[in-house]
Design a protein around this ligand. Structure first.
Ligand code: KG4
Ligand code: ZN
Length: 338
């Protein structure tokens, strides 16, 4: 095995992240600086604020990652950076920072697709072999990918409207629960009855792996408004029951579509990534699907499921081994399908 050491930089959404990762899959450091507090009052990530914060914090994150790992710039093999897809101001800040470090230290540069970073994480955490299926479920993404190589991805299907994390966040807002909504809804659902309300499972009646969550969100809104009109307000049990019904509906949708993805593309392993993969009810539903089919289920540790620099460093290592190098003309791309 080679003795590669990579610095990975990530700044495509609202986390400024830097990490040092080795070719033999050791994460020497992983620094994540969340901007959640900066965007809290706006009900979503504000691109301009995100870009400025990334520009201010990237250098520091890189410096901390190096010092925590006990690694000097001259020890590095290369700098890997998210070059898209994402909020363009943040991606540009990351690419500029990586170019500066690479030029200053005389290092090669490797541009990484953010989605490839998520999709290759099971190889970093568990050294899994190709092929496998990846279900990426976060606040901004929802798709099934078949992964056949470091640059060989096929999209089997994805959301036609909202991402599930976005739907969890909107439900939390409707019910005056804290943000991010996913963990709040999951906690509330623990006390709820998932069978009291009947919420729709959009697109389950249609073949294929496309998913939809916006109808579910609208149904939850109508139900909330009806309860308020009938009772003059929401009771605690209404909130819990609505959260439980919503979470069960999302779990059912993801489980059924995973079943179809595995039927269409039989592989030995289904992995998940993205913040929604933290949800225990959803994980359990996916484990039942894989268990039924004798397929291995893999959920990487949460800090590696959500946005981080280690996955970017690792995806950079995988590309580097294929001989890929980028130059000062590396472009930041707002859209970049795998
Ligand atoms: O991957 P992530 O940290 O960021 C991006 O979206 O890129 O995912 C954040 C999303 C949020 O929408 C959050 O509500 C959701 O993941 N999430 C959850 C849970 N924890 C986080 N959704 C459901 N259940 C959870 N326990
Ligand atoms: Zn992500």
């Amino acid at each position: 095995m080679d003795d590669l050491i990579f610095l990975g930089l990530e700044s495509s959404c609202d986390d400024t992240a830097a990490a040092i990762v080795t070719g033999d899959r050791r994460i020497l450091s992983s620094v994540v600086s969340s901007q959640a507090d900066l965007h809290e009052d706006f009900g979503g990530v504000v691109p301009e604020i995100a870009a400025r914060a990334h520009a201010e914090r990237l250098d520091l994150a890189a410096e901390q990652a190096l010092s925590q790992a006990g690694v000097a710039l001259r020890d590095l093999s290369s700098v890997a950076v998210t070059a898209g897809p994402g909020l363009i101001g943040g991606v540009m800040a990351g690419v500029m920072c990586a170019k500066g470090i690479a030029a200053g230290a005389g290092l090669p540069l490797v541009g990484v697709n953010h989605l490839a970073g998520h999709a290759l994480t099971p190889r970093l955490t568990d050294g899994v072999a190709f092929p496998y299926l990846m279900l990426l479920v976060s606040g901004g993404h929802c798709q099934f990918l078949r992964v056949d190589g470091p640059e060989d991805f096929s999209r089997l299907g994805g959301t036609i409207d909202d991402a599930p994390g976005e739907a969890f966040d909107k439900l939390a807002k409707l019910l005056a629960l804290p943000q991010p909504g996913g963990p709040a809804v999951e906690a509330e659902a623990l006390r709820g009855d998932p069978d009291r309300f009947d919420l729709p499972r959009p697109l389950l009646d249609r073949p294929g792996c496309e998913l939809s969550f916006s109808g579910l969100k609208t149904a939850a809104l109508r139900l909330r408004d009806r309860l308020i009109a009938e009772q003059g307000g929401l009771r605690q049990t209404d909130r819990s029951d609505l959260c439980a019904a919503f979470q069960t509906a999302v779990a059912d949708i993801l489980a059924e579509k995973s079943r179809r993805a595995l039927a269409a593309s039989p592989v030995p392993l289904l992995a998940v990534a993205g913040g929604v993969a933290a949800n225990r009810v959803i994980r359990a539903a996916l484990e039942r699907v894989t268990g039924d089919r004798g397929v291995r289920f893999l959920a990487p540790p949460l800090p590696l499921c959500t946005d981080n620099g280690a996955m970017i460093a690792w995806a950079g290592i995988e590309r580097f081994r294929l001989g890929r190098r980028d130059g000062m003309d590396l472009a930041a791309r707002p859209r970049w399908p795998l």
